[in-house]
Design a protein around this ligand. Structure first.
Ligand SMILES: [Fe+2]
Length: 270
């Protein structure tokens, strides 16, 4: 594990890891230290990385087995577990706060993004600490949230192939407070547009409540904003954060990220 350095990027969230070339085989101790750092800091940044697809998949397995993504039309040819995040033909980046793939029984522990083509300005990614967000809510609302469950499915059906709808649009129930399998802490957990409704509430009331929660919870002091450089890797802990893209860049410029999601545990509240 020689040379690995973990430098926090803010008091609440984010750490830069240096002294590691993720494209090379790493020993078990180093892999475990990086996985633990993700649970502690919730967003990890590695600069100046360079991968082949196979090397990138191997690096992502630090956080869990790479899992299939449901926008199969954006998967890398020959490497279906690598999704290409890019915005062409008027597609909008995911600018609302969310956590990935809540329509799965075992949603990702982590989302890994690798900056391949980066616009000259803007186009960053923000990550919010939903562990801190939970702790900042009024005590009685925390108690209420511990009792609530979301029913999840696919949201953007117009951009989803029929075979992906068939495979990934079954109703999946998750607690709105999730216990982190590695860290043991609890965090607010939901995806506002993949949630069809909160159990016991109408879809309209569910959406209004989640919007209200997001407005109250996401404050600058619990957010890390990543401004991309080519060769950056950003790893996001999907068990205890929400993230969003920023579309504030010149859309004639390319913004291409390789995305892998690493399978996690089934969300539980214990
Ligand atoms: Fe996402």
């Amino acid at each position: 594990m020689a040379g690995l350095t973990i430098t926090p990027l803010s008091p609440s969230i984010g750490a830069e890891i240096s002294g590691v070339d993720l494209s090379r085989p790493l020993d078990a101790e180093t892999r475990s230290a990086i996985a633990t750092a993700l649970g502690d800091h919730l967003a990890l940044v590695f600069h100046d990385q360079s991968f082949t697809p196979d090397q990138y998949l191997e690096a992502a397995s630090i956080f869990g087995p790479p899992m299939r993504q449901h926008y199969s039309q954006h998967n890398m040819p020959e490497y279906p577990d690598i999704g290409l995040v890019w915005h062409r033909n008027g597609q909008a980046p995911a600018e609302m706060w969310h956590t990935d793939h809540t329509n799965r029984i075992r949603p990702p522990a982590a989302t890994m993004l690798y900056g391949v083509e980066i616009p000259s300005a803007g186009g960053g990614t923000s990550v919010a600490n939903m562990r801190a967000a939970l702790g900042a809510l009024p005590a009685e609302e925390q108690v209420r949230l511990h009792t609530l469950k979301t029913v999840n499915g696919l949201d953007n059906k117009s951009d989803t192939r029929p075979e992906d709808l068939e495979a990934y649009d079954k109703p999946i129930v998750h607690p709105m407070v999730r216990t982190h399998a590695l860290h043991g802490s609890k965090a607010v957990y939901f995806h506002i547009t993949k949630t069809k409704y909160i159990e016991g509430m109408t879809p309209e009331d569910s959406k209004a409540y989640m919007n209200d929660l997001l407005e109250r919870m996401i404050r600058p002091d619990i957010v890390y904003h990543h401004q991309w450089r080519k060769g950056d890797v950003l790893v996001i802990d999907d068990r205890a954060t929400m993230h969003r893209a920023h579309g504030d860049y010149d859309r004639s410029q390319a913004r291409v990220l390789w995305r892998i999601i690493a399978e996690g545990d089934r969300p539980v509240l214990i």
